[in-house]
Design a binder for this molecule. Structure first.
Ligand SMILES: *Cc1c(COP(=O)(O)O)cnc(C)c1O
Length: 478
């Protein structure tokens, strides 16, 4: 046994031998053509050889993996292709900490995976803006300094029906800015049923405190009436705030007060009404079978002074906090010093402008988030079948098509289960937990769901090119 092992270890090539052999290999020419790549190549070869050594050592103590324990001749043949595959992975593997991930979870707005995806043409526009100078704060007509907000304000007003608009870093920042500008040292009235916490520890009571405002809770968890707001109004009241309960639902014996009712009350008592809409959507989801929720346009129409929402939830754009509403209110927000600290960068603005233009000129299918949410069952089934086809010849796994459910994610429509098709995979010799880990720890992390003894890859969130990478990774099991 030990002798066999020593023989294999000795048959491993030296670093310079691998490199000179690669010189005749077309696949590696991009890495050899450029002098600057050479240290990386050498480093890669070293790492891969080290891995080979470890494999030889390990597999001779636990003889689980046959290719490392086959005859020496077979070993030498398979070694070279193994080295090449590993090395290519090593070299194409980015050095960055941020990496591409394959989302096989079916969660469309996956907060851990970057929430909304941009449309390809929007991503190209962002890349162009990143590489070139722009008129970010330049009025091209006059040659004088302009405002970065003008690039999206008109579009936002056009799409929402609001008088004015501005954009900050994210929706949490939007709420903070609204409270700080209009309620610092004053009272803000919020229903007890709307004191939400969303992921990443955004809590309405804490955000109000951070903005310098004092929270006045009214009503109960399940029921709040207009008279509750009315009787809480005092000399210190500055704002009536509505918060969208994005990520949970109080069901049964409930009542809450609509934005329109609050606007009426606010008008009588000379108080502004604001709403944190959370996700916010331009589309009416009921056409796709989602529960009824007012669109951004409908919320604005109710006449609130300010409405805020996220850019990267159901809007399907970049991370941003969008605030729309009355002209004089937006003006006061802009004058707040905090705005400078919370301001959006040019890449976000580019991504947002591109996305908003798609809403103006296109339809549902142009926004990746909505395209994924509206995929018909037969399209999903065809995609799952294609993945199964591609995996069927792999002897290490069992593959089946199954029906399952996807989630919207991002705290939007938490109670909605979207019917979907998944490719269910099982290893012949190892557990679902091990398979999930194997997929996640590959050169491109593949995320999937564990369901009983199976690993489910939900094709709803699988993108062009992902299938090949999934097949390749699972092929390594053979
Ligand atoms: C998601 C959410 C936020 C936070 O928005 P970000 O854009 O993630 O900062 C705030 N309020 C509500 C109601 C939300 O759903």
């Amino acid at each position: 046994m030990d002798q066999e092992k020593q023989r294999r270890l000795r048959s491993l090539p030296a670093v310079h031998e691998v490199i000179s052999r690669l010189e005749h290999d077309e696949e590696f020419s991009p890495f050899l053509a450029n002098e600057k790549q050479l240290p990386r190549l050498t480093q890669g070869v070293r790492q891969v050889l080290q891995k080979a050594r470890e494999n030889v050592n390990r597999n001779f103590t636990d003889s689980a993996n046959s290719s490392w324990t086959s005859s020496l001749a077979e070993f030498e043949v398979s070694l070279w292709s193994w080295l090449k595959t590993q090395l290519l992975q090593e070299l194409t593997h980015p050095e960055t900490s941020l990496r591409r991930v394959i989302n096989g979870t079916g969660v469309v707005l996956h907060t851990n995976c970057g929430r909304a995806l941009l449309a390809p043409e929007v991503a190209r526009f962002v890349a162009e803006q990143a590489e070139r100078y722009s008129n970010l704060e330049l009025n091209i007509e006059t040659g004088e300094r302009g405002s970065r907000y003008v690039h999206v304000e008109e579009l936002l007003c056009h799409l929402t029906g609001a008088e004015a608009a501005m954009v900050v870093n994210n929706n949490a920042a939007a709420v903070l800015l609204m409270m700080n500008t209009f309620a610092q040292g004053k009272d803000v009235i919020v229903s007890r049923g709307e004191l939400v916490e969303v992921g990443g520890s955004f809590r309405i009571p804490e955000v109000l405190k951070a903005g310098g405002a004092k929270l006045v809770e009214v009503g109960t968890t399940n029921k709040t009436w207009l008279r509750d707001y009315e009787s809480a109004i005092g000399p210190e009241t500055a704002v009536l705030l509505k918060v969208h309960t994005s990520n949970y639902r109080v069901e049964g014996f409930t009542h809450n007060v609509s934005g329109a009712e609050l606007v009426e009350l606010g008008a009588m008592r000379n108080l502004p009404v604001m709403e944190d809409l959370g996700s916010g959507s331009f589309f009416d989801g009921t056409t796709l079978g989602f529960p009824l929720e007012p669109t951004i346009q409908q919320t604005v129409k109710a006449g609130l002074s300010l409405v805020s929402f996220s850019g990267d939830k159901l809007l399907g754009g970049p991370q941003a906090g969008i605030i729309v509403g009355k002209q004089d209110f937006i003006k006061r927000l802009r004058a707040n010093q905090l705005t400078r600290a919370l301001r959006v960068d040019k890449l976000t603005l580019a991504a947002l402008e591109g996305t908003l233009l798609l809403y103006k000129n296109g339809g549902l299918e142009d926004i990746p988030v909505w395209k994924m949410l509206s995929l018909p069952m037969d399209t999903l089934k065809a995609a799952a079948s294609a993945l199964r086809e591609a995996l069927q010849s792999n002897p290490a796994i069992s593959v089946e098509l199954k029906e399952d459910v996807s989630q919207v994610g991002g705290g939007a429509w938490p109670t909605v289960d979207l019917p979907t098709w998944v490719c269910a995979i099982r290893l012949k010799t190892r557990s679902a937990i091990e398979l999930e880990k194997f997929l996640r720890l590959g050169p491109i992390a593949i995320l999937a769901r564990i369901h009983k003894d199976w690993v489910h890859i939900d094709v709803r969130t699988i993108l062009v090119g992902d299938r090949e990478d999934i097949v390749r990774r699972l092929g390594e099991l053979v």
